[in-house]
Design a protein around this ligand. Sequence first.
Ligand SMILES: Nc1ncnc2c1ncn2[C@@H]1O[C@H](COP(=O)(O)OP(=O)(O)OP(=O)(O)O)[C@@H](O)[C@H]1O
Length: 244
Amino acid sequence: MYAMAPPDDVLWARSLHCSLGGTEALSGVSVGVREGEILAVTGPRGSGKTTLLRCLSGELAAQQGEVWFNSSPVHTLPPARRDRLRRERFGWIGPEAGLVPELTAWENTALPLLLRGVPRRAAKTAAGEWLDRLDIGTCARVRPHALTRSQRQRTAIARALAAAPAVLFADEPTAALHRADGAQVLRTLTAAARSHGITVLLATLDDEVAALADRTVTLRDGRRTGGTPPATGAEGVAACSLSV
Ligand SMILES: Nc1ncnc2c1ncn2[C@@H]1O[C@H](COP(=O)(O)OP(=O)(O)OP(=O)(O)O)[C@@H](O)[C@H]1O
């Protein structure tokens, strides 16, 4: 049915072009992400990191190029199917927590599970375990307005991890936290992802953050500019030559 079989990366994109409001945010980016890998996406402000994560997660449709998840095309899915894929298989953490103000920390954490039909008791138990792991178990019954910024961000991370995503997109997840606090939260996030086999795409401006990843790709003006090479040559030129 398709002219090509992409390599066995969990997520794979070829030649993404994406314009936003007249700006070419991505100008032909190709990238492959292996299962369980933590991949840092670095580059200066405005280089296209957020746009790349949004395209890979299917939230944003690139004008040109392909995105594949587990060897199935995402770029050809109708919007409703892409939304479902994002809800069921992907997680997103942004620089701000984005919690529901009326709900307590555990209710916020459990929300994706409850929306999926997980029984309330099981969802509450899972949420409580993740809040404990993020060192905010004692805040479970507190609403966002009474939490510190750090506690809110930890709740957002617990919410993303509790849903057991295949791929977690983390866009500057600790940018709003104090340095030591951010570093600790990030170590917890990466340790949890590694122990649960969750693939992570981590957009960051911070080299210390990128150092926690297995590999780095770097963007500048919507293009890749190097980064550390993959352990096996599954992506890039070799893969593209198979795909025409
Ligand atoms: N909604 C939008 N409308 C217009 N231009 C946009 C929009 N979103 C992003 N851009 C532009 O696209 C380019 C890439 O932005 P993007 O947010 O992906 O970069 P980034 O590397 O994530 O930056 P930052 O580190 O500041 O988050 C920038 O020039 C930006 O101004």
